[in-house]
Design a protein around this ligand. Structure first.
Ligand code: ATP
Ligand code: MG
Length: 460
C-alpha cells in the first residue's frame, strides 16, 4: 500500500553532515554516485511516528543523540513503516564508531568481521547499531575486495552521505532522523516506494558482484513487498547467479531461512527458480524438479511451502528442518532407488543416499548438525510409519519427531507420494482412545492396501 505518505516532495539543501569536514572519510574521494542534494521530508510530510517505533530503538536513538552523535533509523524498518507494515526489526545508523557505541551502552556487544556492528540488548530485543560506512581508497586495509569483485571486508567509517551508497536498494536507504523526525532520501527511495519498484543503488552488476547475496535479497524483497524488480536489476540475475557459489555456506543458511521461513516461501521459490538462483542453493533438488515424475516432486515441495506460509500467517511455529527435509526428499529417493536397482539392501541404500545428499547439500548451504539430525529422523520415520501392527506404532507415536514425520507423510499422501489410507490411519490413531488404538494395531489390512506405495519406503 503505497501512498501512506504525502506525495509532495520538498527539496532542501543538504545540511546533514556537520561532522564531515573533520572526518578522515571526507578527505577520501567521494563515491561516484554521491549527489550534492538529498530530498528531505519533514515530519509533517511522512507517516512514520515514534509511537510505531520499538521502545528499545527509541532509547538507543535518544541515548546516541544525548551523547552528541547523529542517530537515524534506517533500512527495512523505515521502508516498512512507510508502507504501513510492521517492521521485523529496527536498525540504527550513527556516526559514533563501534567503540564509542560500546561506551554509551552497557548492554552492548560488538559483532561481525566483514561489517563491525554493535548489538544493544534489551532482554530478547536486540537493536543493531551500525556506524556509517564510508568509501575507501583501493589500498585501504579496511576494505578488501576479492578478485571476483566481492567485498571481503568493509570497515571504513564515513558519513551518512557516504553510508547511503553502500546500502543495497533505494527503498532500503531511507533515514529517519531522531533529531527532527524527518526522513532523508538521497537515492530516490521515496519515489521507488511509491511506484513499487525495487532498484539497486549504483551499477547493478557491480553491486551484485560485490555481494552476490543481494541477488537473493532482490527476490526476497520483490516478493515480500509485492514490488517489481527494476529491469536493470532483473536482467543480470540469470548471468550472475553462479556468483552465489562463492558465498560462504553459513551465510547462505541464514539467507535460506529468510527466504523460505518468512511467510512468502512459495512465491520466493518460484521466483528463485525463474532466475536460476534456486539451482545454486539446492542443486540436487533442482535436478529432480527438472525431471518431474508425474508432477509429484514439484507438487510436494510447493505444497509444503504453501502449508508453511499458511502456518506463519496463522501465527503458528515452523521449523527449518521440516522444509529442508522436504527439499531433499526427492534427491534421496532417486539416489536410493538407483542403489537398490544395483542390488543394495534398501535400508543401507536410504541411509547412504541421505548421507550423500546431505554431504553435497552442505557445500552450498551449511546445515547445522542438529538440523540435519532432525531431517534424518523425519526421513527414517517414513519407513516406520508404514508399520501399523503390534507395538511399533506406539513407539513411533512417542518419538520426538513424530509430529513432523506425520505431517511429512500427510503431505506425501496429498501429493501422490504415499498412501492416503496410511495417512488417514495415523490421523485416526492419534485421535482415538487407547483401547481403539490397540484394536487398530491388531488389524493388518492397511499394510496390504498400502503396498503400492511401500516399494521404496517400507523397506527402509
Ligand atoms: P528485513 O529486516 O525486513 O528483512 P532489511 O532491509 O531491514 O529487511 P536487513 O538485513 O535487516 O534488511 O538489513 C538492514 C539494512 O542494511 C538494509 O535495509 C540495507 O540498507 C542494509 N543492507 C543489508 N544487507 C545488505 C547488503 N548485502 N548490501 C548492502 N546493504 C545491505
Ligand atoms: Mg532489518
Amino acid at each position: 500500500m503505497i501512498g501512506t505518505f504525502s506525495k509532495k516532495q520538498t527539496r532542501y539543501p543538504v545540511i546533514l553532515n556537520p561532522f564531515s569536514e573533520n572526518t578522515a572519510a571526507s578527505q577520501r574521494t567521494a563515491p561516484p554516485l554521491s549527489p550534492s542534494q538529498a530530498t528531505f521530508y519533514p515530519r509533517s510530510e511522512h507517516t512514520v511516528s515514534r509511537s510505531q517505533i520499538s521502545h528499545s530503538a527509541i532509547k538507543v536513538l535518544y541515548q546516541l543523540k544525548k551523547a552528541g552523535f547523529e542517530a537515524y533509523l534506517v533500512g527495512g524498518c523505515v521502508r516498512d513503516l512507510l508502507l504501513g507494515r510492521t517492521p521485523k526489526d529496527f536498525d540504527v545508523a550513527t556516526n559514533a564508531n563501534p567503540e564509542q557505541i560500546r561506551r554509551i551502552f552497557r548492554n552492548c556487544r560488538l559483532i561481525g568481521r566483514r561489517f563491525r556492528l554493535a548489538h544493544v540488548h534489551f532482554g530478547d530485543d536486540i537493536i543493531e547499531v551500525a556506524t556509517f560506512r564510508g568509501a575507501a581508497d583501493e589500498d585501504n586495509e579496511s576494505l578488501q575486495t576479492h578478485e571476483d569483485g566481492r567485498l571481503l571486508r568493509d570497515n571504513v567509517y564515513g558519513t551518512l552521505e557516504e553510508d547511503v551508497w553502500r546500502r543495497d536498494f533505494t527503498v532500503n536507504a531511507l533515514y529517519y532522523n531522531i533529531r527532527d523526525f524527518s526522513i532523508v532520501d538521497y537515492t530516490g527511495g521515496m519515489y521507488d516506494l511509491q511506484q513499487g519498484i525495487l532498484r539497486l543503488i549504483g551499477d547493478p552488476v557491480t553491486r551484485y558482484r560485490e555481494d552476490p547475496v543481494r541477488m537473493l535479497r532482490a527476490v526476497r524483497f520483490a516478493v515480500k513487498l509485492g514490488f517489481t524488480l527494476h529491469p536493470t536489476c532483473e536482467q543480470p540475475l540469470h548471468e550472475l547467479a553462479n556468483l552465489l557459489n562463492a558465498v560462504p555456506a553459513a551465510r547462505l543458511y541464514d539467507e535460506m531461512q529468510k527466504l523460505f521461513l518468512s511467510g512468502y516461501g512459495l512465491q520466493t521459490f518460484e521466483m528463485l527458480r525463474h532466475y536460476g538462483l534456486f539451482e545454486i542453493l539446492f542443486p540436487l533438488t533442482e535436478a529432480c524438479l527438472a525431471t518431474e515424475k508425474q508432477h509429484f516432486p514439484r507438487l510436494f515441495l510447493s505444497r509444503a511451502l504453501e502449508n508453511s506460509d499458511n502456518r506463519i500467517a496463522e501465527g503458528k511455529s515452523i521449523t527449518p528442518y521440516f522444509l529442508l527435509s522436504v527439499f531433499l526428499w526427492e534427491p534421496i529417493q532417486d539416489m536410493a532407488e538407483k542403489k537398490i536397482a544395483n542390488g543394495e539392501h534398501s535400508t543401507f541404500a536410504y541411509q547412504e543416499a541421505a548421507d550423500e545428499v546431505l554431504n553435497r547439500q552442505v557445500k552450498s548451504i551449511a546445515i547445522p548438525k542438529r538440523i540435519s539430525q532432525s531431517m534424518r529422523e523425519v526421513w527414517q520415520l517414513q519407513a516406520r510409519l508404514t508399520q501399523c501392527k503390534g507395538v511399533k506404532p506406539f513407539r513411533v507415536l512417542a518419538h520426538p519427531r513424530f509430529r513432523a514425520a506425520y505431517d511429512f507423510l500427510v503431505l506425501r499422501a496429498q501429493t501422490g507420494g504415499a498412501s492416503p489410507e496410511l495417512a488417514a490411519w495415523w490421523t485416526q490413531f492419534q485421535e482415538v482412545d487407547e483401547l481403539t488404538q490397540k484394536k487398530m494395531t491388531r488389524s493388518g489390512s492397511l499394510n496390504q492396501r498400502n503396498k503400492k506405495y511401500s516399494s521404496t519406503k517400507s523397506k527402509t
